[in-house]
Design a protein around this ligand. Structure first.
Ligand code: SF4
Ligand code: SF4
Length: 382
């Protein structure tokens, strides 16, 4: 089975029937999207034990495994590192993942979300030795890690385990390429030095890149009115030689169609386009108040069940569009029985989970202050 394109179907942001419930996957729409994706010759699906509250794998079973021959697609799944308490947990999770997907081997198996604290958990549970054995037994064709930390940790991981791994999945996009906390460029170079393939997650940084302020939107229109902002971001990643897969999380049919167009008419990024994106990255990083990728890992971990990314999204929108009705939306959320941002107890549980290294309790304080200071939800916004 071979990779037919760099276009990977990321199954962390599937279409929903209820936008407030991540387990309510719209199976009919997902099936339809899978049919178009497969018909156009693409074949790589990426999931994890955790996505969509554990429902992403079974949605793939229904849309792909039960409807297409096994040799016609590739599946990547990931062991939930944060939930490992002992060595036998590796096998327990892998068996459950295979059962949820309805398959008897993975094309790719990752240890999920390696960062400083979870690298320790993976080592304490012998996960690297475990995935090596799983590959020898043929239960995984290729193995690797998905990685969410800086180049210093990646160097440490690859110096120790690089020779048993095939792939590193990195957060990589033109906004994070030279970002000092994500260090995508340095991490990419380290993978290349170790002879490893790079798979890309978050090419749009969870939507941050495609929802900029009006000034940036106009810059893109002036530069090239025929190409979407997303297509530039994808071409930035897929033009890199050692990138073999670029994941796109698609919650709407339009996203899928736009991505299909980008790959079917693929052009390597030109030097002029590359310079333009460098300028846009600078403008964007100055305009985004909180670089949240809306991955949702913090929400699953927060004992108070604060809808953290929803508040960060409103905060970012409010900063970029101060004249919008966004203030009203904040108070509407509270009316919908969402836990208010000021119920944060500063327990710090969310911090290890944040893929963007955001000081969540500190930013939640700013969110509260921003939305409540001098504002009555019953009047107009300030
Ligand atoms: S620090 Fe606040 S936001 Fe983070 S997990 Fe604790 S209560 Fe939730
Ligand atoms: S705050 Fe961090 S963990 Fe939470 S959704 Fe945003 S990027 Fe993800």
């Amino acid at each position: 089975m071979t990779y037919k394109s760099k276009f990977g179907f990321g199954c962390m942001r599937l279409p929903l029937t209820d936008a407030t419930n991540p387990t309510s996957i719209d199976q009919d729409l997902f099936n339809e999207m899978v049919d178009i994706y497969m018909e156009k010759g693409f074949n790589y699906f990426d999931t994890s034990y955790a996505y969509h509250g554990g429902k992403s794998e079974s949605a793939i079973r229904k849309a792909v495994v039960e409807r297409y021959p096994r040799e016609s697609y590739l599946i990547c799944d990931k062991i939930p590192t944060w939930a490992l308490t002992q060595e036998s947990d590796n096998e327990k999770f892998v068996n459950e993942m295979l059962e949820r997907l309805g398959i008897d081997y993975f094309d790719v198996l990752f240890i999920h979300n390696i960062n400083v604290p979870w690298f320790k958990l993976a080592e304490n549970s012998n996960s690297f030795e475990y995935i090596k054995k799983i590959k020898e037994k043929g239960i995984a064709k290729q193995i690797g890690i998905s990685f969410h930390d800086n180049s210093e940790l990646l160097k440490k991981v690859l110096d120790k385990y690089g020779d048993i791994l095939d792939i590193v999945q990195l957060e990589l996009n033109y906004l994070d390429w030279e970002d000092p906390s994500i260090e995508a460029h340095k991490c990419y170079d380290l993978c290349v030095e170790h002879g490893l393939d790079v798979y890309v997650m978050e090419p749009l940084k969870g939507g941050v890149i495609v929802n900029p302020n009006d000034e940036i939107k106009n810059d893109f229109k002036e530069f090239n009115p025929d190409k979407s902002i997303a297509s530039f971001a994808i071409r930035f990643c897929a033009s890199l030689e050692h990138v073999k897969i670029v994941l796109s999380g698609m919650s709407k049919m339009e996203d899928l169609i736009d991505n299909c167009n980008t790959y079917e008419n693929f052009e390597v990024l030109s030097a002029e386009e590359s310079d333009f994106l460098e300028k846009m990255a600078l403008k964007l990083s100055e305009s985004v108040a909180v670089p949240c990728s809306e991955c949702g890992y913090c929400t699953d971990a927060c004992p108070e069940m604060i809808p953290i990314p929803e508040y960060f999204n409103l905060y970012n929108t409010s900063k970029n569009q101060p004249q919008s009705n966004i203030y009203r939306l904040y108070f509407d959320k509270l009316g919908d029985e969402k836990v208010p941002a000021d119920e944060c107890t500063y327990c710090g549980t969310c911090l290890d989970h944040c893929t963007q290294k955001i000081d969540i309790p500190e930013v939640l304080e700013k969110v509260c202050e921003h939305f409540t200071k001098g504002f009555s939800p019953y009047a107009g916004h300030p």
